[in-house]
Design a binder for this molecule. Structure first.
Ligand code: 0X9
Ligand code: ZN
Length: 649
């Protein structure tokens, strides 16, 4: 069909004069033939070309249209390119030494995917394990239908071929942009062949919504941020790859702008209007920047959305290279925010081992990339991520999808946290007010507690902090206290005074509950302390605490602290007069009332285990006392903790 229309158009151009073999006629015939050839995709190999120096690299760029831009590899004496036979012939004629490393790279990817999709642990969507464009759209649609209270889908504009560029907003009022809440931006698939980039955002979206109202951090994030995800910036290129290679492996990079002369596409990550310049790149080059900044509808749509819903932080996802980079890409000069970028990026690469640096240092010059525009124009702290290694390539094995997602998930989450105010408790500082003067907490003493709190985020933090105890043996009447911290500032809070009862047990861990109230949401963290001289948690000492306000319908965290790496199960019962036996536990009377299991698992190497609980909505619970007790399997012997009492409000 494509051939028919092309042939039809060209035939119209045939001059009607009798002068049949005119040059014009020949030229037209040539175009028809060329376009017929173009209808079947060229077979592209992965080729390594020997490179001596920068001059030779520059010369290579004149012959090779698709040079893998990873900056460092040429210094090891070679450069990776993606080239068909015709281009390889030209390289040979030009005197380059090269080696075909993978023949027919698209087929190689598709076959690897087909083979690996059958194995366990593979996420298996239809295009070599990845979602097609229509499957991406279906996923966004499903998320917005299943979670209408926190997900809304909308189109940010149309592509060159008139496809919608879909976005979702994950937030507490997702249908509207809430300017009072910071925006964090994620986009992917500027480059059509970088399949894992879009997939990582869909997995992130799924992870977020599945943890809403279950995980306190995620709940805070969704309630207090506009989380914007655009998983496919380049729908035309992505769909083109599917049409050419339905089982994955397509190698098309740019959008599908038609230049004529069988030339297509603009590199969307060279088309942004920050320090954009003509660099004489050809229309058929993989990095062609377009004829003007924002000449492409895709980048123009992003520009317009960015101006309306400006993020404080953003991530543009690509593959591959295991890199987490930041501006500038257009100049070797550092940005004025180099320290901030580097500090944030260092925290992320500590979780995944990626390389971090400026885009310039990793790739050499790239003008018109999205991160330079986000940062240059809007001051957003913008990162570009390259997921996966060289073996993963553009279409990683489906068995690698979960692991690759795990390399970026912590970073995405941290960026979402840092995009607004974000409080974290770095350390507690205790000072004795009244006591025997030794360094231990003892029964009957009074101590002051001050918390070192850091605002990790890019916006000012105004929080109310309170610390409560679930045992009457440790009491405070102080708080809540208010703290204000500038972005990235840390400070000690004013102190809170704690009284330890005269009869309080020593050498067992106690858990205090730090509540952080800001952005209209309260989250809780445990603060562990031990009375008495031991300071080291003895193996058989276990404490359970409920963090958060124990009231019906609330989300609280149950926390066990004590013995390392033992299986632990926490039971609870309501106040009652009749004693009962715990099921499956021989002979021992444990709790009174209706015993139920709350939390099961293995404590970690710090002896900790925690889980989130939804307290039931039942008025019967108000004013009642709940008893909690942990049962531990300690080297085969059952061990029971002391009872912890918690009162329902
Ligand atoms: O060339 C690109 O656009 C990115 N690499 S990729 O292999 N995914 O094509 C790197 C861009 C580096 N420049 C900036 N981030 N500014
Ligand atoms: Zn890319």
């Amino acid at each position: 069909m494509i051939m028919d229309t092309i042939a039809g158009k060209s035939l119209n151009l045939i001059p009607i004069t009798v002068n049949v073999f005119s040059l014009r006629w020949l030229a037209c015939l040539l175009i028809v033939v060329m376009e017929m050839v173009a209808a079947t995709p060229p077979i592209i190999d992965l080729v390594k070309v020997q490179i001596q120096d920068r001059a030779e690299l520059n010369r290579l760029r004149q012959f090779a249209s698709d040079v893998d831009d990873h900056y460092s590899d040429w210094q090891q004496g070679f450069k990776t390119i993606y080239a068909d036979d015709a281009e390889q012939a030209m390289l040979k004629a030009a005197g380059f030494n090269f080696q075909v490393v993978i023949e027919n790279l698209s087929d190689y990817y598709a076959q690897r995917a087909a083979r690996d999709r059958l194995t366990r642990h593979a996420i298996t969507h239809s295009m070599g394990g990845f979602r097609t464009l229509s499957e991406i759209e279906q996923t966004l649609e499903r998320l917005s239908k299943t979670f209408p209270n926190i997900v809304a889908k909308f189109s940010i504009g149309k592509s060159y071929e008139d496809r919608d560029i879909w976005a979702i907003r994950i937030s507490d009022h997702p249908k509207v942009y809430e300017p009072s809440e910071p925006t964090v931006w994620f986009d992917a698939l500027h480059h059509a062949r970088e399949a894992m980039s879009g997939e990582s955002l869909l997995l992130f979206a799924e992870w977020l919504v599945n943890h809403y109202a279950i995980d306190l951090t995620v709940t805070r994030l969704i309630n207090s941020r506009n989380i914007l995800l655009i998983p496919c910036v380049n729908p035309d290129g992505y769909e083109y790859n599917r049409q050419q290679h339905p089982n994955g492996g397509g190698l098309w990079r740019k959008n599908r702008r038609k230049h004529g002369n069988n030339r297509y596409g603009v590199d969307l990550n060279r088309n942004y209007g920050w320090e954009w310049q003509y660099d004489r790149s050809e229309q058929n080059n993989g990095n062609y920047q377009g004829k003007a900044p924002f000449s492409e509808p895709e980048t123009a749509a992003i520009r317009d959305l960015l101006a309306q819903q400006t993020p404080s932080m953003s991530v543009s996802v690509h593959t591959h290279g295991n890199e987490w980079m930041y501006p500038w890409g257009y100049t070797a000069l550092p940005t004025p925010d180099e320290d901030i970028f580097r500090t944030y990026a260092a925290k992320i690469v500590a979780t995944n081992g990626y390389t971090t640096d400026t885009a310039w240092n990793l790739y050499g010059i790239t003008r018109g990339a999205s991160d330079d525009y986000h940062y240059g124009m809007h001051n957003s702290l913008a990162f570009t991520v390259e997921i996966g290694n060289f073996v993963d390539g553009f279409w990683p094995s489906p068995t690698r999808i979960p692991a690759l997602f795990n390399t970026v998930q912590p970073g995405y989450q941290k960026i979402a946290q840092w995009a607004g105010a974000w409080a974290s408790v770095l350390a507690p500082f205790w000072t004795e007010q009244l006591g025997n003067g030794d360094e231990w907490f003892d029964a009957g003493e009074i101590w002051n507690l001050s918390l070192l709190i850091k605002n990790e985020g890019v916006l000012p933090l105004n929080a109310e902090v309170s610390v409560s105890s679930h045992t009457p043996d440790i009491m405070t009447e102080d708080g809540p206290i208010n703290i204000s911290l500038a972005p990235r500032q840390e400070a000690l809070t004013p102190s809170l005074q704690f009284h330890f009862a005269d009869m309080i047990d020593s050498e067992i861990p106690y858990i205090l509950d730090i509540a952080l109230n800001y952005d209209g949401f309260i989250s809780n963290e445990p603060l562990k302390m031990v009375l008495g001289p031991s300071r080291i948690l003895a193996d058989n000492l276990t404490t359970i605490a409920v963090l958060g306000k124990v009231a019906q319908g609330n989300l609280v965290r149950l926390f066990v602290s004590g013995t390392a790496e033992v299986t632990a199960e926490v039971f609870w019962s309501l106040e009652t007069t009749t004693a009962q036996y715990l099921p499956n536990i021989e002979g021992a009377v444990y709790l009174a009332g209706n015993i139920q299991s709350l939390l099961k698992g293995m404590t970690d190497i710090n002896g900790e285990l925690s889980g989130l609980l939804h307290l039931p909505k039942s008025t019967e619970l108000s004013g009642k006392t709940v008893y909690l007790q942990a049962l531990l399997d300690y080297e085969g012997k059952p061990f029971v903790s002391r009872l912890t009492q918690v009162r329902f409000e």
